[in-house]
Design a protein around this ligand. Structure first.
Ligand code: ZN
Length: 341
C-alpha cells in the first residue's frame, strides 16, 4: 500500500445548482425527480474531483444528504419531524431545532443504498462511507419515548449496524462513524459511547473508523475553540479507550489544531487519519504545510499507520476553496511520501 494514502473526512461542498452554497443545512434548490438527478450528478462530480486531486480513499462527498445526522434520521420511523424543539447541543455549545423521538425506532428501508452503489459503480478507488455515530445522534435529537440516552443510543446503533452491513455488501471498503460528541462528553465515551459503536460495527468485515473532531468551521465552534487554551488535551481522556476498542481507524484534526501531536501515541496500534487540511479557514494550505503536519505526526505514529485527510467535513465551505484544498492535500501527501519513504 502507498505510504500516507489520502482521504477526506466525508463531505464536500455541494454545487450551487443543487443547494444554497456556504451553509450548513443548506436548502435544496431542486425538488422531486430533478433533485434525485441533481444528487446523482453531484456525486459523480465529487468522485471525479477527488480522483483528479489524487485522493486515494474517496467518498460520495455526502452530496445526497442535507446534514450528516439528519440525512440518516429521515429514513427512521419513530421520529416526529413536525415536532421540532430547540435544544442546546454539544453540551449547549449551540442551539439547534431538532425533531423528537416519539416511538420505537425502526429503519424504513435503505438509507444510503442509492448513492453508495452509484459511487461504487463509478470509481475503482477505495470507497469510504460515513454515518453519524450513536452518541452524536442522541445529542442532536429530542426524546419523548426512551427516557434514557444510553437506551436510545443503543437503539440507533442497531439501525446503524443494519445500514452499515448493507453498505459493506454494496462494496464500500471503509465505514466511518462521525462522533464530534466524543470530545464533549469524555466520560460517557468510555461508559457507553464506544460500546454503542461496537454495536454499530458488529459483524462488519470491512474497515471501520471513527471521526472525532472539534466541529465544522462555523462561528460557534471557532468561538468555543478560542476558550480551550494553548493545548487541547481533551483527547487524553478518550484516546486510551479508543486504542482498546475494536475500531480500526481514528480520524482526528491536526492542521491548525492545538492537539499536541504527542497525544497520538495514546491511540496505540490504530491507523490514524490525521487532518492536514483546516476546514475552518479559507486560506489554502501549501503542499509544504501539508507535508509538515504529516512529518510531525510521523514522530509519534508509525508511518504505515498514517492516512492524510481533512480536519472535518468541507460541506459549508466555498466550492473553489475546497477544491484548492483537495489539490493541496494530494500534493502535500506526495511530497511527504518523497521525503519520508
Ligand atoms: Zn468533524
Amino acid at each position: 500500500m502507498t505510504l500516507f494514502p489520502t482521504t477526506i473526512a466525508g463531505s464536500l461542498p455541494k454545487p450551487a445548482w443543487l443547494a444554497e452554497p456556504n451553509k450548513l443545512w443548506a436548502p435544496w434548490r431542486l425538488s422531486g425527480r430533478d433533485l434525485d438527478e441533481g444528487k446523482r450528478d453531484a456525486t459523480l462530480l465529487a468522485l471525479k474531483l477527488q480522483e483528479d486531486c489524487g485522493i486515494d480513499i474517496v467518498t460520495d462527498g455526502e452530496q445526497s444528504r442535507q446534514h450528516f445526522v439528519h440525512g440518516f434520521l429521515e429514513c427512521v420511523d419513530g421520529i416526529d419531524f413536525a415536532r421540532k424543539v430547540e435544544i442546546g447541543i454539544r453540551a449547549d455549545r449551540y442551539k439547534a431545532m431538532v425533531p423528537t423521538v416519539t416511538g420505537a425506532l425502526r429503519l424504513k428501508g435503505r438509507v444510503h443504498g442509492r448513492e453508495a452503489r452509484l459511487a461504487r459503480a463509478h470509481t475503482t478507488r477505495r470507497l469510504k462511507f460515513t454515518l453519524p455515530g450513536p452518541m452524536t445522534i442522541v445529542d442532536t435529537i429530542a426524546d419523548a419515548h426512551y427516557g434514557d440516552r444510553v437506551k436510545m443510543a443503543m437503539a440507533f446503533a442497531d439501525l446503524l449496524n443494519a445500514e452499515a452491513r448493507a453498505l459493506a455488501a454494496d462494496g464500500v471498503d471503509v465505514i466511518q462513524f462521525d462522533e464530534p460528541a466524543f470530545n464533549v462528553y469524555m466520560r460517557e465515551v468510555s461508559d457507553w459511547g464506544i460500546a454503542a459503536l461496537h454495536r454499530a460495527i458488529e459483524g462488519l468485515a470491512c474497515t471501520t473508523a471513527v471521526h472525532i473532531c472539534y466541529g465544522y468551521g462555523i462561528k460557534a465552534n471557532i468561538d468555543w475553540k478560542a476558550t480551550l487554551g494553548g493545548e487541547w488535551r481533551q483527547y487524553e481522556e478518550i484516546f486510551p479507550a479508543l486504542a482498546a476498542s475494536r475500531l480500526d481507524r481514528v480520524s482526528v484534526e491536526c492542521r491548525n489544531s492545538r492537539v499536541p501531536p504527542g497525544l497520538l501515541k495514546l491511540l496505540g496500534s490504530k491507523a490514524v487519519e490525521i487532518g492536514v487540511i483546516d476546514v475552518a479557514s479559507d486560506e489554502i494550505e501549501t503542499p509544504e504545510e501539508v507535508a509538515a503536519v504529516i512529518t510531525a505526526a510521523a514522530d509519534h505514529v508509525p508511518k504505515e499507520a498514517i492516512i492524510a485527510g481533512t480536519n472535518c467535513g468541507m460541506a459549508p465551505m466555498r466550492f473553489d476553496v475546497a477544491l484548492a484544498k483537495l489539490d493541496a492535500l494530494g500534493k502535500g501527501a506526495a511530497l511527504a511520501r518523497q521525503r519520508l519513504a
